[in-house]
Each structure stands twice: as C-alpha cells, then as structure tokens.
Design a protein around this ligand. Structure first.
Ligand code: NAD
Length: 292
C-alpha cells in the first residue's frame, strides 16, 4: 500500500481521497477549508498542516483543485508541491484545467507528472467509478494506474503531457453541443405536437441517439433519474459546463482549430449562467431554448 499526499478535498477530492483510504493506502490530505480537512480526518485520513506537509515522503502526490491558476501556484509556487515532494514521487493533477497550463506545470515540475482529469461527477467520485483521461510519460502512468483504479473504473492513457486535458475539453464540447441540440429537438417536438416519450423512443434507438438523450434526458419522464425529473438539480452544474467550454475554446484558439458549434455552445451557456442558471444542471438549458 502506498503513501499518498492529496491536496484539494472539495466536492470531488474529498470522496476521491476517501476511496484511496478505503483501498488501504495511507493518505495525508490538505485543504484551505478547515471543514474539508476535518471531514477527511473523520474518514480516517491524516490531516496535514500544509500542502507541502501532505506531500512530504509520499510516493504519489495528487491535486484536485478548482482551476489552472490554483494548480500552477500549488505545484510551482513558493514552497510548492513540486519541490516539497520526494525524489521519485509520481505527481498527478486531477483538476480540469487548460491544456497550456497542464503542459507548463508538467515541464516545470522536474519529476514525472500526469494530468489526469476526470469525468463522472460527484456521484462517480463517491462510487469510485470515475473515468480518468491521462496525459504524461508511460512509466509514470504504469506506476499510477493502481492508484487511479482505486478512484475510477475507466482509465485511458491519452498521450504525453496535456493529452488528458485535451481529451476532457474535446469530450465536454461534444457533450454540450449534444445536449443543446437534444433540448432543441424536444422543444421542436412540443411545438409539432409530438410527445416527449415518442421522440425518446424513436431517437434513443435511431441515429439521433446520444448520452445526453439516454442518460441525461433534458425533459422529465423518459429517463427517470435524469436531473430534469428533480427540477434540474445538478448533476453537472451549468457553471461547470461553461468553465469547460471556455477551456475548449481557449484550446481551439491556441491550436488554430475551427469549432463553430463549440463557440455557439459557449455563448448559449454564458447566457444561461448570466440569467441565473449557474447552479442549475446543464440540461436545464432547455428552459432558455423554450424562452427563445
Ligand atoms: P471544489 O471547489 O468543491 O473543491 C476544490 C477544493 O480545493 C476546495 O475545497 C478548495 O478549498 C481547495 N483548494 C483551493 N486551492 C487550494 C490550495 N492552494 N491548497 C489546498 N486546497 C485548495 O471543486 P470540485 O467540484 O471538487 O472540482 C475540482 C476540480 O474537478 C475542478 O477542476 C472541476 O472542474 C473538476 N471536476 C468537477 C466535477 C464536478 O462534478 N464537481 C466533475 C469533473 C471534474
């Protein structure tokens, strides 16, 4: 069993660190928020006094932080994790951040580092069923695999540094556009006098099929546990989708890719969030489309 340092014990990091404890690892954790640290200690974790203390002597150091600036500061800032971690440690950032920062931090860390963002949300984090998209050197990936498997079910090595973040932004751009067009189709069906169930029964077995339709159906009824059935309580909040669409447009601009539907999805989610929908599940975008 490994000694692991875990920094960022929030909605995702908290349950992920608990799953490492359940798997029998010795985990030292740190978070700026005392309540998160106390909850972690209550679950049997070792509460550290600083990020550097959590990393000291660990074979693996994991971060799960909000955004790129937090990740850069935590790893490369004064007293940061790159310097504080032991020689030979494998460094893993699971936060969803921009590709450029992921590459910059990996290059500056001076030790083998993986970007390993996740999909599956807080439910996947609790149940240890997350999907990990991993970028970084193959030997570090091989060493980290059992650690990632304690927190997730599907682990994909996508390529070198930044490739995990690249996969994440591409996937979520597809998800956003799929959700918007699925919601548009239900609004059109309503105007055409077609029932939700009839459209679902046809499209879920036809070429209009998508995860947005069959797992996250944006109208109540056809998929009983989709957020539409609980007044669009997340799930995956629209504010987080807006963040991910910003990252994909940033990546597209840097790489010179043309992504007009991704840009339109960003504009629609921005409108939805600015109108107060940030805490609503991202499938709630159907409300904006109904308003016109
Ligand atoms: P969160 O805000 O609940 O947790 C982040 C934690 O990091 C907070 O507890 C915060 O106090 C802590 N933190 C910030 N800076 C720190 C520092 N310097 N040192 C120690 N702790 C620090 O966010 P979350 O929902 O857990 O998301 C974390 C990451 O996972 C984000 O990048 C998010 O985009 C991504 N993500 C979230 C979901 C989801 O459904 N919530 C799904 C997939 C990916």
């Amino acid at each position: 069993m490994a000694r692991i340092g875990f920094v960022g014990l929030g909605n995702m990091g908290g349950p992920m660190a608990r799953n490492l404890l359940r798997a029998g690892h010795a985990v030292a954790g740190y978070d700026l928020v005392p309540a998160a640290l106390e909850a972690f200690a209550g679950a049997g974790g070792q509460a550290a006094g600083s990020a550097a203390e959590a990393a000291a002597g660990a074979a693996f150091v994991v971060t799960m932080l909000p955004a790129g600036r937090h990740v850069r500061e935590a790893w490369l800032g004064a007293g940061g994790l790159a310097a504080a971690s032991a020689p030979g440690a494998v460094l893993i950032d699971c936060s969803t951040i921009d590709v450029a920062t992921a590459r910059e931090v990996a290059a500056g860390a001076g030790k083998p580092m993986l970007d390993a963002p996740v999909s599956g949300g807080t439910m996947g984090a609790e149940a240890a069923t997350l999907t990990f998209m991993v970028g970084g050197p193959a030997p570090a990936y091989a060493a980290a695999l059992p650690i990632l498997q304690a927190m997730g079910r599907t682990i994909v090595h996508c390529g070198e540094a930044g490739a995990g973040q690249a996969a994440k932004v591409c996937n979520n751009m597809m998800l956003a556009a799929n959700m918007i067009v699925t919601a548009e189709a239900f609004v059109l069906a309503e105007k055409l006098g077609l029932t939700h169930q009839a459209l679902f029964d046809v499209a879920s077995k036809s070429s209009g099929q998508s995860w947005a339709l069959t797992s996250y159906c944006p109208v109540p009824g056809p998929v009983p546990n989709s957020p539409a059935n609980r007044d669009y309580r997340p799930g995956f909040a629209a504010a987080l989708m807006l963040k991910d669409l910003g990252l994909s447009q940033e990546a597209a601009a840097t790489a010179g890719a043309t992504t007009p539907l991704g840009a339109e999805a960003l504009a629609l989610y921005r409108r939805f969030v600015e109108a107060g929908g940030g805490d609503v599940d991202f499938s709630g975008i159907i409300r904006l489309l109904r308003e016109g």
